[in-house]
Design a protein around this ligand. Structure first.
Ligand SMILES: Cc1cc2nc3c(=O)[nH]c(=O)nc-3n(C[C@H](O)[C@H](O)[C@H](O)COP(=O)(O)OP(=O)(O)OC[C@H]3O[C@@H](n4cnc5c(N)ncnc54)[C@H](O)[C@@H]3O)c2cc1C
Length: 887
């Protein structure tokens, strides 16, 4: 292996006090800055790189504490932009040590001759946009100022160490070290009494090695973290073979993956697996020693659902108890305050076992907080600890710390970034900020950054930024700047993504919670590396959507807008459907379409367990009809909801909305009877409507036999089923019963008018198309009958109907007729609640466990049904239990 030069060198270009003129100034010589410099040069830009440190490496220059390593397998945590570079370097370990990664970055700097444009030992102190010159003016603490067209901050997400929040550090007479600023020539700890404050990733890596060397180690822990064994060694043969077998495919898969590591997306959910299968998967993951594997490959709901997450968290807690001998220490080391993965878990080597050593003690700061650091050691409110060395492993002011440390950064009209971000970082794509032309951030807040393999994210950001400014230059523009609309849209999309994951449930450095006074909010983009990349590409494909480009002679181009208006999971589902290139459903014929729907439904996640699912036959308008009954696990009798499935009066059956029926059964604690009404074209209007009404009557009359509570029924339905539910309420009112306490109409068909805006705006691209709706109408109902309230309930009398909850989705052709029905009922004196679901499409709420952002809506719907029945809000289904481990 070629030896890289990692010598500390003073910059030669920094000697002059005059201003250095370049196209682009880059700050930071870590993974990001080095690749940036290489790409900028290749694109023909003059560039300078400013770096506070004495050499390249960034994170790996500063973090030299014992045990410092990466926690993404090193074959993945590498550059991939140059296949020759890839084959020129061989990693010696699965998780390389800090010195080896630093050697690698030095090797890269030498290979592309990068050092000649780097000014080491040079800290950027401020940056101001000069509107007249259309350039950034950069001040440094060493040598010439820099004037540049493009100012690119590659300052790192984890490069600003967080100062200790404890009084008296200056009083301490012993040695003090910070893991993020570890001395280059090492620290001798043999024979010393050492205190480590902090048990994040750095602490967990350092503690086992410090324990081996020190006479006595006392660890001060505020919040325990989940740690998993790294099982370090040579790079695993199977991963290496996969990489070397087809390098391009391996890297391409990483780029499209969620975390930047090529593991497939898991589709199996926890309740599809037996206890034994879950345990087996967990043991495999524990033995694999791979963070991304255990975070993504156990079951699909582990990162999005508290119950699915609790199963894995409990299994890890069991492991901790199994390793740490002292039960009190084990309890203190066991995390209970956050879901597994909501805070970055750590990879360790002998971390928990270290607490079995006689020279190691744990102090639980939750029970005895630190009062002060004294001349001789650390005092808690219960005890004093005399030590020779204090090691602060207290982490970083993550994501925004290094950016805001350059102060001020002023943009257009003298606006300071620190003011714009006073309530938390605002960005477009995590790469740019409105009001700050030609300012770019690599792995900035709002990008996947720390939730990904950063090598992959960094390359994508750098490529995007350099490609954009090259295109800008080639088109004759001089500035690009995000618009306020685009930035606000990105904030909304970020919030939508965050609501999908469990990150919102933990106070962590991802949310700014580790720094007192810092604005709180999930800072990294939680939607995944692959989706993020496709959004960045979409911005370009849609004419630099959300950017204003300007140039000489008042040239300007602005294609304003929000790049993602769909909920993130809806976007993925629609993207997947589009990639299948399916023929239009209406071209398949009725039977072909039914077969297609049946096949399609086979691929969806199983519905969650309920107490009992049974089949039966009831009497419809003209004969027997099948039904499916979902009974809660709780003791009966229960209230009954009569449910009508969707499918345009043509498709589906009593079990086609099975996951939704199960979900509503669990959330309402009610029996759901899903009715298999007759379909067109075999049975045209008014067969479905009359079956709906007859079935409801029959169910009311047989409620006790079905296990139902005496009293009024509830009705519910989705799409054409919503139509049947609405019609049933009108018929029940007009025909003397049965009594109905409330109606839940989800994206219902309510009218035969097809010129409302939603029919036009959402005519195509959102699965239910206008063409498909026309086909459904034609098969079910002749034009002459279409104004009959039994198919267009909006045209019926609305006074005296049961209370209603009407759900409509923004990207659904049926949206406006659902809203019209809700408003008309309300005008007629019916108590009506509406859920207008932003960013959702027609199938959002029935795609249970696929469209996770639909959960909140389904909770509201279940609450409404319970309210209609006079019951308190939603019941929380009990999480699945796990068998005790075999001893
Ligand atoms: C201990 C540790 C382990 C990690 N392990 C992994 C891992 O396994 N996988 C992973 O994906 N990520 C890991 N990370 C995250 C890691 O930070 C990134 O992977 C990556 O190294 C970041 O590269 P960067 O170039 O963006 O920033 P950095 O490497 O942080 O470099 C930023 C540089 O900017 C310089 N700088 C900042 N401000 C200024 C200024 N005002 N003027 C001049 N210079 C300035 C800094 O001195 C620094 O050298 C780890 C982080 C730490 C701390």
């Amino acid at each position: 292996m070629p030896e890289a030069m990692v010598a500390s060198r003073a910059s030669e270009s920094a000697s002059s006090a005059s201003t250095q003129q370049v196209d682009a100034a880059v700050v930071g010589a870590g993974f990001a800055g080095l690749y940036l410099l290489h790409r900028l040069r290749k694109a023909g830009f003059s560039a300078v790189l400013l770096e506070e440190a004495g050499d390249v490496g960034g994170t790996w220059y500063w973090n030299r504490y014992p045990g410092a390593r990466c926690d993404i397998q090193t074959i993945d945590y590498s550059y991939s932009f140059d296949p020759e570079l890839e084959t020129a370097w061989k990693w010696s370990e699965k998780y390389a040590t800090q010195p080896e990664i630093l050697r690698y970055l030095g090797f890269v700097a030498d290979r592309y001759d990068l050092r000649r444009d780097i000014r080491f030992g040079t800290k950027v102190t401020s940056a101001n946009w000069d509107q007249a010159a259309q350039r950034w003016q950069i001040a440094t603490d060493n040598g010439a100022k820099v004037s540049c067209r493009y100012y690119i901050m590659a300052t790192g997400c984890l490069s600003a160490p967080k100062p200790p929040e404890i009084d008296g550090v200056k009083e301490f007479r012993g040695e003090v070290y910070f893991t993020g600023r570890w001395p280059h020539d090492g620290v001798k700890l043999a024979g010393k009494r050492v205190a480590v404050i902090g048990t994040g990733s750095s602490g967990i890596q350092a503690i086992p090695l410090i324990a081996q060397e020190a006479a006595q180690l006392t660890v001060f822990q505020r919040t325990p973290n989940f740690a998993l064994p790294a099982h370090n060694g040579p790079p695993p043969a199977d991963r290496l073979a996969a990489l070397e077998g087809d390098r391009a495919a391996y890297r391409a898969q990483a780029r499209q993956s969620l975390a930047g590591v090529p593991w497939p997306q898991n589709t199996v959910v926890s309740w599809q697996l037996s206890d034994a299968e879950r345990r087996e998967r967990f043991e495999t993951a524990w033995a694999a020693g791979d963070l991304v594997y255990i975070l993504t490959q156990l079951w699909a709901d582990q990162g999005v659902d508290v119950d699915g997450n609790k199963i894995v968290a409990d299994l890890i807690r069991e492991k901790i108890r199994g390793i740490v001998k002292d039960p009190e220490t084990a309890a203190a080391l066991t995390p209970h305050d956050h879901p597994f993965g909501a805070k970055r878990p750590c990879l360790d080597t002998n971390y928990y076992a270290t607490y079995n050593r006689p020279n190691v003690a744990l102090v639980n700061l939750r029970k005895e907080p630190i009062k002060a650091i004294t001349a001789t050691g650390i005092a808690t409110d219960k005890r004093s600890f005399d030590v020779d060395v204090i090691v602060f492993a207290t982490g970083f002011d993550a994501m925004t710390g290094a950016i805001l440390a350059v102060h001020p950064i002023t943009g257009r009209d003298g606006k300071a970034l620190s003011d714009v971000w006073a309530q938390g970082p605002q960005t477009y794509l995590g790469l740019t900020v409105a009001g700050f032309p030609n300012l770019f951030m690599i792995t900035g807040p709002g990008s996947p950054s720390v939730l990904s393999n950063m090598a992959v994210s960094i390359e994508q950001h750098v490529d995007w930024v350099v490609d954009r400014i090259a295109a800008l230059r080639d088109a004759g523009f001089t500035t690009m700047e995000a618009t306020d609309t685009a930035q606000a849209g990105w904030a909304k999309h970020m919030a939508d993504c965050a609501s999908l994951t469990l990150h919102r449930l933990a106070n962590t450095w991802y949310t700014g919670a580790n720094v007192p006074g810092k604005a709180q909010g999930v800072m990294p983009y939680t939607g995944g590396v692959g989706p993020y990349r496709s959004i960045c590409d979409e911005v370009v494909g849609r004419g630099m959507l959300g950017f204003r480009l300007t140039g000489p002679d008042a040239a300007e181009q602005c294609n304003d807008g929000e790049v993602v208006r769909l909920q993130p999971d809806v976007r993925l589902v629609l993207g997947l459907l589009a990639s299948l290139n399916l023929p239009p459903i209406e071209s398949m014929g009725a039977q072909g379409a039914r077969d297609f729907v049946n096949e399609f439904n086979k691929g969806r996640p199983f519905g969650r367990p309920v107490g009992e699912v049974g089949d039966g036959v009831l009497l419809g308008a003209e004969g027997p009809l099948p039904y499916k009954l979902y009974r809660p696990a709780t003791p009966g009798p229960h209230r009954i909801v009569v449910y009508f499935h969707g499918g345009g009066w043509v498709l589906g059956d009593q079990q086609s909305d099975d996951p939704f029926c199960r979900d509503i059964c669990r959330r309402t604690d009610m029996i759901i009877v899903s009715v298999g009404y007759r379909h067109a074209p075999e049975h045209r209007f008014p067969a479905a409507a009359e079956d709906g009404y007859a079935a409801t009557r029959w169910i009311a009359e047989h409620a006790a036999e079905l296990g139902g509570k005496p009293g009024p029924l509830l009705v519910a339905g989705w799409s054409a089923g919503g139509n049947i539910a609405a019609v049933t309420c009108q018929l029940a009112r007009d025909r003397g019963g049965p009594e109905i306490a409330g109606q839940l109409l989800i994206c219902p068909v309510t009218d035969c008018t097809f010129d409302r805006p939603s029919y036009i705006d959402n005519a195509a691209n959102y699965f239910l198309t206008r063409g498909l709706m026309f086909w459904f109408w034609d098969l079910y109902c002749s034009p002459a009958d279409r104004t009959d309230p039994r198919v267009s309930p909006l045209r019926g009398k609305l006074a005296g109907l049961p209370a209603a909850f009407v759900t409509t989705c923004e990207f659904d052709p049926l949206r406006d007729e659902g809203i019209a029905y809700a408003e008309a009922m309300a005008a007629a004196g019916v108590p009506v609640e509406q859920l207008k679901a932003r960013g959702h499409f027609h199938s959002s709420f029935t795609m249970v466990d696929v469209v996770i952002t639909g959960v909140a809506g389904r909770i509201q719907m279940a609450d409404a049904l319970r309210r209609f029945a006079g019951l308190p809000p939603e019941v929380k289904p009990a999480p699945p239990k796990l068998e005790a481990a075999a001893s």
